[in-house]
Design a protein around this ligand. Sequence first.
Ligand SMILES: *[C@@H]1O[C@H](CO)[C@@H](O)[C@H](O)[C@H]1NC(C)=O
Length: 271
Amino acid sequence: MASHSLWSLSLGLLMFAAAALAAAPKKARELMWDVVLFGLGTGFQSKGSYLFGHFSMHLKLVGGDSAGTVTAFYLSSQNSEHDEIDFEFLGNRTGQPYILQTNVYTGGKGDKEQRIYLWFDPTKDFHTYSILWNLYQIVFFVDDIPIRAFKNSKDLGVKFPFNQPMKLYSSLWNADDWATRGGLEKTDWSKAPFVASYRGFHIDGCEASVNANICDTQGKRWWDQKQFQDLDKFQWRRLRWVRSKYTIYNYCTDQTRYPTPPPECKRDRDI
Ligand SMILES: *[C@@H]1O[C@H](CO)[C@@H](O)[C@H](O)[C@H]1NC(C)=O
C-alpha cells in the first residue's frame, strides 16, 4: 500500500508537468486548467462548464507496460444524478493492445459500454480524441473517424444529457482490479512512473454556469446546424468499418445483460 501511494505521487508530479504544458494551448482561446489529485491517481479539469459543443484533445498514452492503468478524457456534470460522456483507455502489458472504452451516463446511470481496439499504437504518437455533443446526438471521434454515435432517443423513452452543464476532465489512475484482461493483469509498480501526455486541448462550447439548464445561444452555434445533427453517409460508413473490424464489446449486443436490446441501439445502428 505504502509503495502504491509513493508511486502515485510521482505519477502525480509528472502529470502536473504535463498539465502545465497543456495550460498554454496554441489555439485561439486561452483556457485555464486546475490540477486535482484524487485517490490513487491524478488529473485536471476545465474551469468552465459547458452545455453542448465540441471538445477535443491530443493525447499520447502511457507507453511500455501500462497494464492496470486507465487514462481518461471525459465530460461530466457535478450533481448526484449526473450526466457523463467518457473516453477511457485501458492499458496493457508491453506490446499488447490498449482498449478504448466509451460510455454515456444519463441521470446518474451508465451501463452503455462499448469497447474497441485502435487501428494504431496510441502510445507512439499524439492522436486526436473528440466529442461532439448537441441536442441531436453525441458522437465520439478518433482522428475525425466516428467510433460511436449516441442519438437523442428521448422519443423512445431514453434519457439524453441536455440540461446539465459539464466540465471537461482528464485523469490517470490505477484500476488493476478491472482494467486489463478483466483484472487478471496487475499494475507493475516497478515500471512506474506512468506518464500520459496531453497537448492541444480545444473546447468550442457554450459556456454556462454550473446551475444553468439552458444556454443563451442554444440552437444558433455551428454544432447545432443541420449537418451536425446526424452523421453523413461517409461517416456512417466509417463507423461501420470500426464496428466490423475493431469492436470487441457492445452493450447493445450483450444479451446476457440486455435480453431485449436497449431502444436506442437500433437508431444508433448498433444492431
Ligand atoms: C490486453 O492484451 C490481451 C492479450 O492480447 C487482450 O486479450 C486484451 O484485450 C488487451 N487489452 C486489455 C485492456 O485487456
